[in-house]
Structures are given as C-alpha cells and as structure tokens.
Design a protein around this ligand. Sequence first.
Ligand code: S5P
Length: 476
Amino acid sequence: MDSEGLILRLFDVNAVKFGSFTLKSGIQSPVYFDLRVMVSYPDIMDAVAETLFETARKSGVKYSVLCGVPYTALPIATLMAVKQKVPMVIRRKEAKSYGTKKMIEGVFEQGDVCLIVEDVVTSGSSVMETSQSLAEVGLKVTDAIVLLDRAQGGAARLRDSGINLYSAFDLPRVLEVLQSHSKISAEVVQSVKLFIQQNMITSLPQQPAAKKPRREYLGYKARTELCEHPVAKQLFSIMEDKQTNLAFSVDVTTSSQVLELADQVGPYICVLKTHVDILEDFSATFIQSLQDLAQKHNFLIFEDRKFADIGNTVQHQYSSGVYRISEWSHITNAHSVAGPGTISGLKAVGGAKNRACLLIGQMSSSGNLAMGDYTQATVKMAEENGDFVIGFISTSSLSPDPKFIHMTPGVKLVEGKDDLGQRYLTPAEVITNRKSDIIIVGRGIYQASNPGEVAKQYQAAGMKAYHQLLEGETDR
Ligand code: S5P
C-alpha cells in the first residue's frame, strides 16, 4: 500500500473524521484522527509499519532501538521492531507504584540511540515527554518518526528541543488525497486549512520581531531587550552582569540561617527562592534584612508559594495574612490547575507593583501529573497573560518565545533522587540538553559544608552549560 492508499484506507475505517469535534484541549476542531482503531485492521497495521520504516530509511536516521509513544504507537513500534529485527523499549505512562518503579522497560546500553515512533503529532509534547523519559535512563534521542503531522507547529517545537521529526505525511497531504478522490468537499478542505492556520502551536513566521520564537539560542543580553516585563528585564540583566543562571532555594527553617546563607551565596546567584511558611520566626525585620541582602548582592527574591486557589482567594493569600508576599517578593509562582482566574487574582494585586509570576508547567517529582495537555494549556495561559507571567517552573523548555524564562528545580551536580520522589538532573542536562534557563538548587548547596564555595561550583557548571547551548553543542 502506498501512502495515498493508506490515507484512503484510514478514511474508510473512520480513523480520519470530518465534522465538529472537541479536542482534549477544549478546542473545536473540524478534523479528528482516531488512529487507535488501526489495531483492528491487520492490513493497515502492516502498511503503517512499512510506511514508517520507509520514512526512517529515507531520512537517513541511525538508531539501535525503537520506542513507541504510548499507547497508539506502541503496537506500531512493536511491529516495526519485529519486522526489522531491531530491539525496542517500552515507556510506561506512569511509573509502577511497586517494585522497580522503572519508567522504561527493556534491555539497553547507556548511550544507545533510540528512535521514537508516534502516530500523530500536534504540539509534539508527547514525543518530548517520551524523549525525556528515555534521556533520564541514558538513551540518546535525536529523531522521531510519525505517521501524521497535523502541521500545527509540533515539528518546529521539537526541533527547538533538539529532536528532528520525520513524518510519513501531514494533514495538508491528507486533505489533498481525500479531495482528489472526492471524499471531502472544497469547503471542508478550506475549513481545516483555516483551523490549522488559527491553531498553530507556535506560529513561527507571522510573529512580530520582538516575539519571534527562539530558534538559535539567544544570550541573556539579547533577551533583556526582547522582553517587556520589568522583572524579566531585570533578571536577564542580572544574569548577564553577574554571569550566573543559578537560583538558590534556601529551604531552611530560621530567619538567621536564611540570612546567613543568602549573604554567603548571594554573590553567585541571580535569584534567591524562599518558602517563608517554613520559617519558625518570620518577621517584618527579617524581610527588611533579606531585601537589604538582595540589594547588596543584586539578586531577585522569589517566594515559591505555588498559589493554586480561585482568583478571589489567591488575591488575599498574596496581599495579606502574616506574609504579605506581594510587598516584598519580586517573583512568585502559581499552579494552573484552577484555571486563569488564579492568574487574574494574583495580577490584580501584583500587577500594579510590577511583580511577576511563573506558572508551574512541569514538576521534578516522580509521578506528578503536570504533563501533556496540562502543560500545553499552562503554556497557553502564560501566553495570554504575558504582562504578568514571565515564564515557567519546568523540567525543560516549554516555549520558544525568548521572553519566557524557564526555571528548573531538582538539580544537583550528580543525577539521582531523594527518598520522597524528588528527581535530580545535572546543570548540563537542564541547560544544554533541555534548554531551560535557570537551575534551582536547594539541598545541593545548603547541606554542603561550605555553601558559598559549592554555589560557586553550581554557578560555573550552569554557565558552562549555557555557553555550550549558545554554541549549539549538546551534552549527550
Ligand atoms: O517541581 C518542582 C517545583 C519546585 S518550585 N520541584 C521542586 O523541587 N520545587 C522546589 O525546588 C521545591 O519546593 C524546593 O524548594 C526546591 C528543590 O529543592 P532541592 O533541595 O531538592 O534542590
């Protein structure tokens, strides 16, 4: 079966439908792909496996192991693996809660090159998540193949994350084939084309220069000029002036410890991240001293409050109570779980004070739920609130827009985990490979016998990784 025959066959079995469909993201789409039905048609499975293998062969990708994105692409990858006699690994959707807790099953060597197999790509986030899980166990991923690219910007997003996407066909080609066989009308074709245009995940060429997504990685200096929010500008200029992308998470429980550590570590950081609700002796004088240290060492204060309630409640939590966070914290953060009302509530308080917010798009802890569509919807919320949201807490770059700052927690000089689900990546992995901007380090620094010296090491590791990123190297 050639690709035209395959497209017609997919249409026959209702794997491609036209009408009005509500996607997982809530968006109404005039086209819907349900490729899960393929498993019921051996001839289609066979043709898809052949087509994808051919796509991989033509693109010249080299790999020694295959991994299908769960679930729809799993049987496809299996078929390809068996036909081509290439080993495969399986990525779990969630880690087992018992036994080995492995995310990736199968036998492989560190450094083996893994080709990701996917059925449909829209934003590319499922491929990215799979690539991250594979990278976490030491597999290298540089390429992915997909049966159908919806042509909504996923390939460009993946390219920005260091993954080349090769598709057997894209949505415009599906339209062309179906129209030429009179399966769909010109009106349907028009409406789908319009939908694609209006729903580009990152609309690359049409954007004004200041918002142009980052293809080449820009330095802090350039990004200072590209962003508009005063806190983002100040942060990039501190990073440039002090040559640091290190945020210190000072999670200790007395004011004196916080102040002592902030003074020792201050010269090496751009951001000091606090959890003031763990302090035994919080006071207004403590805040005054912290602000003095922020001035002395030129860093920003980030209260890691993780607001998550409705707008009306977060307004009070941010402005009032014992901590009055909005009065002293340059940056705070929020979960997107309660919807954009949380951001509006925080903005109503912090906007006039020129405060800034980060949205939590991904988390470092194992088994967390911030992934896929949730992460994508969070990015959209940030884009719609760019006058207050300056970026993300995430484990990788989520948006190519240079105005957004990505801060990544769960960083140590050596990869590992703690006993409560925290997972650690290295500065090189976070900055060079995952293209985040700032490493957040807590215990790696404050539990060291000489926190100042160790912070200096993290600063050096973070900047080395940043220079590698600018020079287009990877750390893999
Ligand atoms: O996903 C997350 C988000 C955050 S903000 N994972 C995290 O660990 N954090 C915070 O980063 C966490 O609350 C803590 O303050 C810091 C990590 O500390 P460490 O001691 O594990 O480096």
